[in-house]
Design a protein around this ligand. Structure first.
Ligand SMILES: CC(C)(COP(=O)(O)OP(=O)(O)OC[C@H]1O[C@@H](n2cnc3c(N)ncnc32)[C@H](O)[C@@H]1OP(=O)(O)O)[C@@H](O)C(=O)NCCC(=O)NCCS
Length: 134
C-alpha cells in the first residue's frame, strides 16, 4: 500500500489522504489494480463500483519511467474485465481539461467527453467527465 501511495504522490497532481487508499481497497478490492516490474509497483488503477449500473475510475497512474509501454492500457483492460464480470454498464471518470495525454489515452479506449465540470480540482482547474458505455 505504501508503494501505491508514494507513486500517487509522485504522479498525480491531486493530494489524497493516505487513509483513502485503504478505504477504496476495502470497499472494492477488485478495482484496486497494480502493475509490477521486478517486484516494484510501476502503475496502479483505483476504480469503485458506485451502484450495480456504474463504476468510476478514481485514479490511474504509471510511473513516468514506464509510460507509453502499454502499462496503462493493461491496467484499464484488467478493470474492464472486472466491470464485465460485475455486469456493470457504464464507467465514468474525471480528467483535467489540460491533461492531453490522459484524454487521448481514454479516447483510444472508447471513452467520450460528456461534460465539463468547472473548478473541479483543489487547484481550481476544470475537469472533463468522460464516459464509456459497455
Ligand atoms: C495517462 C497514463 C496513465 C497513460 O499510461 P501509459 O502506460 O503511458 O499508456 P499506454 O502506453 O497504455 O498508451 C495507450 C495509448 O494512449 C495514448 N497515449 C498515452 N500517452 C500519451 C501521450 N503522452 N500523448 C498522447 N497520447 C498518449 C496513445 O494513443 C497510446 O497508444 P500508442 O502507444 O499506440 O500511441 C500515463 O500517461 C500517466 O500515468 N499519466 C500521469 C497520471 C495521469 O494523468 N493519470 C490520469 C488522470 S485521470
Amino acid at each position: 500500500m505504501f508503494s501505491v501511495i508514494k507513486l500517487a504522490s509522485e504522479t498525480l497532481t491531486e493530494r489524497y489522504n493516505p487513509s483513502l487508499f485503504n478505504y477504496f481497497y476495502e470497499t472494492f478490492p477488485e478495482g484496486f489494480i497494480v502493475a509490477e516490474k521486478a517486484h516494484k509497483i510501476i502503475g496502479f488503477l483505483i476504480g469503485v463500483k458506485i451502484n450495480p449500473e456504474y463504476a468510476k475510475i478514481l485514479m490511474l497512474a504509471v510511473s513516468k519511467y514506464h509510460r507509453k509501454q502499454s502499462i496503462g492500457s493493461g491496467l484499464l483492460n484488467q478493470f474492464l474485465r472486472v466491470i464485465y464480470i460485475e455486469k456493470i454498464k457504464r464507467i465514468e471518470l474525471e480528467v483535467r481539461t489540460n491533461n492531453k495525454a490522459a484524454i487521448k489515452f481514454y479516447q483510444k479506449h472508447g471513452f467520450k467527453i460528456k461534460e465539463k465540470k468547472r473548478e473541479f480540482y483543489q487547484s481550481g482547474e476544470d475537469a472533463y467527465t468522460m464516459i464509456k458505455e459497455i
